[in-house]
Ligand binder design. Sequence first.
Ligand code: BGC
Length: 492
Amino acid sequence: MSSPLLAEATRIAREFDYPAAQVQRGVAEYIRQSNEGLAQENTTLSQIPTFVTAVPNGTEKGLYLAVDLGGTNFRVCSVQLHGDTTFSLTQSKIMIPRELMASGTSKDLFTFLARQIEAFLRIHHNEHFEAHKRRRREGKGEEELFDLGFTFSFPVRQNGINSGTLIRWTKGFNIPDAVGHDVCALLQSAIDDLDLPVRVAALVNDTVGTLMARSYTSPGETGTLLGAIFGTGTNGAYVEKIENISKLQHMKDAHFDTTTGEMIINAEWGSFDNQLSVLPNTVYDRDLDADSNNPGIQMFEKRVSGMFLGEILRRTLLALHKNPDVGIFKSASKASLSSDALLYRQWGLDTSLLSAVEADKSPDMIDIKTALKDHLNIENASNEDCEAVKILTHAIGKRAARLSAVAIAAVLIHTGKLQTDDIVDVGVDGSVVEFYPNFEDHLRTALREITEVGLAGEKKVRIGISKDGSGVGAALIALVASKDQTLRNPRE
Ligand code: BGC
């Protein structure tokens, strides 16, 4: 007989079931919303044209700079592409101060970023940096600039390969004065204020970078179809036929190369189905959204990505804790569960706890107990408490993986690639897909359940981690952009 605690945990866990029929409905609706996004502006699935019209083949060469803003860290790197599918990467990572993410001005943020670029150049490319300073002082000839790819992982309406206006912030960032502004221009002006030898050559979403990097490094001739991130946020970018992107006809100013007949689309699938016509919606999802800084937006992301899974779990545990007939963590000390305890705090629970719980195979669930102590400061959790945490974690993680399958399957079906190709390559990156145990297994099970994919289709899907994809990908796009003068100033 299961205890009241486990019975209640199981009941809540069932609310996170996402059965095959719902997956199938999700796919059909995703395809509908994606077609709508290709035809019109201001749709829930943005389907943003990126003006990147070719994927690399591994022979590209050169030294490029790349920076990456999109999660808790800001990364600066230089990438040497060797031209034989390999590259070397030097990078530094800096945590972004919380006040710059959410309360400062865009000037504060971009000045901070430019300062990090300066520090990186001084450490890793000082010779070049000093030579540039000297040439400037002496007023001598053409300067040599580093071309920089700017990975900016938020929804941006691109006007060309190196310009784009911010549509909205996501993932806890909130700097209102940047919305509607060209983020490349903001970065360039902060760089110029510090007199750095750097030109912002390309604006890149992390998913596009992942797609490019995977295409550069992936084995064999197969070009990559889709780059997807399952990390702090989630999103995908895929190769679309230009003739299908009918809204391009209204973008009169846009200049791009049409020779490949293809363009990468940044789907911004974090905002798939904001209207909740098919997404599952438990009371925990509803409350999380209502208390977030962007209610009604990024509804798919709020059920799938790392920033939110910990918070969903926290809310379910709190429900168990507050239920007098059940109770959880009864043996924990009063101090660890006082009213300002982490369990009561919004965002108090990091998603890495879920990974640790899923991975547990220890006797007496000792690893879960340690994780609860480390993450929530809860000591003396009982075996039954741990069992309840496990049941809920599993349900929340599994739903996230099955939802992820919806977006991936929809792209596979919409592009018709399963019909024409023997292997369909997908590059992925992000903490959830990399570290969450069994994420890919659950995702693949759901893919097989979708009629148009099935067992045969799922077997064709090759999923590979594209580590550091956003850095290398940004370098590759900076390379393409720096070679094409017309792209530098799209309106010239
Ligand atoms: C952003 C996307 C980004 C994704 C993954 C989302 O919140 O809107 O632009 O690609 O996170 O980082």
